[in-house]
Design a protein around this ligand. Structure first.
Ligand code: F6R
Length: 366
């Protein structure tokens, strides 16, 4: 089953162009996005929604955090994201016009299921799940659903499930935007075109693997790492840090780069590698000055920069260039090299990549 790959994680990282193309296949076969990709009643339910509440765990929660940026920016609807194990136990204010969205690879995660049940108990009527397993408990218990077509994910560390979840959430943001007249026909066509180009762009980024391997070689002896991102890439920094911890056991933390001065800068010295996600977006100049603060304290920078972000290698600053021009889909592109980095760091350390210690693929107990 592994073919030419050493581990399922590596295979699943490389399967992403196909996983995304499969997930988009039926959706892009039409000449416009149809709300019914989320279920037959989706159009009427989604038209009446006034806010969106997304609940998930782990990597799926990071997808939720990206979606919050998209749904507020593209559809103009207030959106929040919360980890399921917190939501299920706290007093929150029910809103009958909210859409409860759960995200899960397995569809069987105990906390996510319990959080959905809790939301219903509070009086939330409308739920939608984004899930990779047909017939799973979450699909059965949700009013609307979208099935990602990542195929079976065997490696414990989630990779292709995450990027397909992001694509599904992007479709949800556009659909909500269309129903509210926030997305014009012209914008819709541009979004659809960007989605069509996505699998190829990811294929190009996968070719950066040899460069990432060199970085991973210098990582294996590190005790700690800091991941920085801003805006829609902050959750991607979190995902990069989670991947590195869970399979290489290197302690990693993620911060929105603007928070550096408020504490984490104290940690930075020449022993602290700092991985930065540097897309060419409206925050790039701000990010660059955050990176200078790191350099001024001797921190070693590893920057994944878009081609046109104008960041180049110099002593203490290493740069891997991505093709860029990702727009809203840029978080998906920037995820790939971070997956490769954690995979190859783990290989260097000789850990059990597909079955990291103490972790299970599907967390069906609390
Ligand atoms: C991390 C990872 C976990 C899962 C989490 C939720 O790589 O795989 O953090 O994302 O346990 O699992 P699902 O998505 O099945 O609900």
């Amino acid at each position: 089953e592994l073919g030419n790959y050493r581990h399922f994680m590596q295979k699943e990282i490389h399967e992403q162009p196909r996983a995304l193309a499969d997930t988009l296949e039926n959706v892009l076969a039409q000449d416009s996005l149809q709300a019914n990709i989320f279920g037959v009643q989706a159009e009427s339910i989604l038209s009446g929604i006034e806010s969106v509440y997304i609940i998930a765990c782990g990597t799926s929660f990071h997808a939720a955090m990206v979606a919050r940026y998209w749904i507020e920016s593209i559809a103009g609807i207030p959106c929040s994201a919360e980890v399921a194990s917190e939501y299920r136990y706290r007093d929150s204010v029910p809103n009958p016009k909210a859409l409860i969205v759960t995200i899960s690879q397995s569809g069987e995660t105990a906390d996510t299921l319990a959080a959905l049940e809790h939301a219903k108990m509070l009086g939330h009527a409308h739920s939608l799940t984004i899930c990779n397993v047909p017939e799973s408990a979450l699909i059965r218990q949700s009013e609307l659903s979208f099935l990602t077509r990542a195929g079976p994910e065997i490696g414990v560390a989630s990779t292709k499930a995450f990027t397909t979840q992001l694509v599904a959430l992007f479709l949800l943001a556009i659909t909500l935007g269309k129903l509210r007249n926030k997305v014009s026909r012209e914008q819709e066509l541009l979004h659809m075109q960007a989605l069509r180009e996505l699998p190829n762009k990811i294929q190009q980024i996968l070719k950066l693997e040899p460069e990432v391997i060199k970085w991973a070689e210098s990582f294996a002896n590190k005790q700690h790492a800091l991941f920085l991102g801003r805006g829609q890439h902050y959750p991607i920094a979190m995902e990069g840090a989670l991947k590195l911890k869970e399979i290489s056991y290197i302690h990693a933390e993620a911060y929105p780069a603007g928070e550096l001065k408020h504490g984490p800068l104290a940690l930075v010295d020449k022993e602290m590698p700092v991985i930065a996600i540097a897309p060419n977006d409206t925050l790039i100049e701000k990010l660059k000055s955050n990176l200078q603060e790191v350099r001024a304290r001797g921190g070693e920078l590893y920057v994944f920069a878009d081609q046109d972000a104008h960041i180049s290698s110099e002593p203490g600053v290493q740069v891997i260039r991505l093709p860029g021009l990702g727009g809203y889909l840029s978080p998906i592109l920037h995820t790939i090299p971070l997956q490769l980095l954690s995979y190859h760091a783990a290989l260097q350390k000789g850990t059990d990549v597909d079955k990291p210690r103490n972790l299970a693929k599907s967390v069906t107990v609390e």
